[in-house]
Unconditional design. Structure first.
Length: 242
């Protein structure tokens, strides 16, 4: 495992927050806080069967300091469209990159519905939007400025909609449920740790609900145990990466 210098800034996120993952998310938040990680962004999937108790839990986590972010709508593709989407599905996303099954108008409508769900449930509109599997698709910038989100995260980094600029940020992931995914993620994380050491940019630490039980659970624990300087996405955009 390649070491990263102390006090390296890091953005922590827990993906796929939905009713059926709430228990796992709670465990991961406890794990993060046990390692001193006190700034975590929760990526919430609105288009699920949310119950009152689930919404109250989101409000509780929000009150504890967690930022909420939009994360698609249903987290499932309507269909696989074209060669690019088929390759993306096979190599990375399986059936969750729902943006890639939509045209520009469909993507904008999905994002608008996502933002409205938060507002309608008393959670406030998130600043950050993260498409499932970080697969955003093609949307003109002019269309994005009509949406309430101010940041979009993709595989390569975080894009400021208002400032129309992209910050390339290293990413670490741990969703390894097969040997092939474990091998690919070990290589991916190693490359991104090297990139982090060569820059002063924040490292994105992306956690999925089952990661603490999967094949890279030890690497996840070691990563959380590093003496990071946790920052929020909002603060990162205010401060910049330098």
């Amino acid at each position: 495992m390649i070491a990263i210098r102390e006090s390296q800034r890091a953005l922590f996120s827990i993906h796929d927050v939905m009713p059926r993952t709430m228990d796992d998310v709670g465990e991961l938040l406890g794990l993060c806080r046990g390692h001193g990680v006190d700034k975590v962004t929760l990526l919430v999937v609105p288009g699920c069967k949310w119950q009152s108790a689930d919404l109250r839990q989101l409000l509780t986590w929000q009150a504890m300091g967690c930022e909420l972010a939009g994360h698609g709508w249903g987290h499932r593709c309507q269909s696989i469209r074209g060669l690019k989407h088929r390759l993306h599905s096979f190599l990375l996303s399986r059936d969750v990159a729902e943006h890639l099954s939509l045209d520009e108008r469909g993507i904008v409508r999905l994002m608008s519905d996502c933002a409205q769900w938060f507002s309608c449930n008393g959670l406030g509109c998130p600043e950050l939007y993260v498409p499932p599997a970080w697969a955003f698709g093609r949307v003109r910038h002019a269309m994005l400025t009509e949406l309430p989100f101010s940041m979009i995260e993709t595989l390569s980094g975080v894009r400021s909609i208002r400032q129309s600029r992209q910050q390339l940020l290293p990413l670490l992931g741990f969703e390894a449920d097969t040997w092939a995914r474990e091998s690919a993620l070990r290589s991916f994380n190693s490359l991104n740790r090297k990139a982090a050491n060569l820059s002063k940019k924040p490292v994105r630490v992306a956690i999925h609900p089952q990661d603490h039980r999967l094949r890279l659970s030890q690497q996840l624990n070691e990563t959380l145990g590093h003496p990071w300087k946790p920052v929020s996405y909002r603060q990162m955009m205010v401060d910049g990466t330098n």
